[in-house]
Design a protein around this ligand. Structure first.
Ligand SMILES: Cc1cc2nc3c(=O)[nH]c(=O)nc-3n(C[C@H](O)[C@H](O)[C@H](O)COP(=O)(O)OP(=O)(O)OC[C@H]3O[C@@H](n4cnc5c(N)ncnc54)[C@H](O)[C@@H]3O)c2cc1C
Length: 108
C-alpha cells in the first residue's frame, strides 16, 4: 500500500463514535505540532474513554452502544476543540509575516 500524507494542521472528525467504534488520538483530531499537544490530547482521550467504559460497566450498560460512546464523544470533542483552536492560533501567529506579529513572536 502506498504511503499517504496529510498536512499537519487543524482537523477534527465530526463524530468520534459509531456503535462499537470510537476514534481517539490522531485518528480523531490533528493539529500543527507547534504547541506540542497532539500526544497529550490522545492520552486524555484514552483516559476519558476508559472512565466512560468503566462507569458504563458498573451500570451494566452495553459498552458498544451509541448512548455510552456518545458520552466520550461529547466530553472529548469539546475539550479537544479548545486545545485545537489554541494550537491553530499559535501556528497562525508564528507563520504570520505581518511585521507587528513577527515582532511579537520574536519577543515570545
Ligand atoms: C514533528 C512533530 C512533533 C510533535 N511533537 C509533539 C509534542 O511535543 N508533544 C505532543 O504531545 N505531541 C506532539 N506531536 C504529535 C504526536 O506525535 C501525535 O499526536 C501522536 O503521535 C499521535 O499518536 P496516535 O497513537 O494517535 O497516532 P500515531 O502516532 O500516528 O500512531 C498510529 C499508528 O497506527 C499505525 N497504522 C496506521 N494505519 C494502520 C493500519 N491500517 N493498520 C495498522 N496500523 C496502522 C501507524 O503506522 C502508527 O504506528 C508531534 C507531531 C509531529 C509531527
Amino acid at each position: 500500500m502506498p504511503a499517504l500524507m496529510f498536512p499537519a494542521q487543524l482537523m477534527q472528525s465530526r463524530r468520534y463514535c459509531q456503535p462499537r467504534l470510537v476514534l481517539l488520538g490522531d485518528a480523531a483530531h490533528c493539529c500543527h505540532p507547534v504547541g506540542g499537544q497532539g500526544l497529550n490530547m490522545g492520552i486524555r482521550d484514552a483516559a476519558a474513554l476508559a472512565q466512560v467504559l468503566q462507569t458504563a460497566q458498573q451500570q451494566r450498560q452495553h459498552l458498544g452502544s451509541l448512548m455510552v460512546l456518545k458520552r466520550y464523544d461529547r466530553w472529548r470533542r469539546y475539550e479537544n476543540w479548545v486545545m485545537l483552536a489554541f494550537t491553530d492560533i499559535l501556528n497562525r501567529s508564528f507563520s504570520n509575516h505581518w511585521l507587528p506579529m513577527v515582532t511579537a513572536a520574536c519577543l515570545c
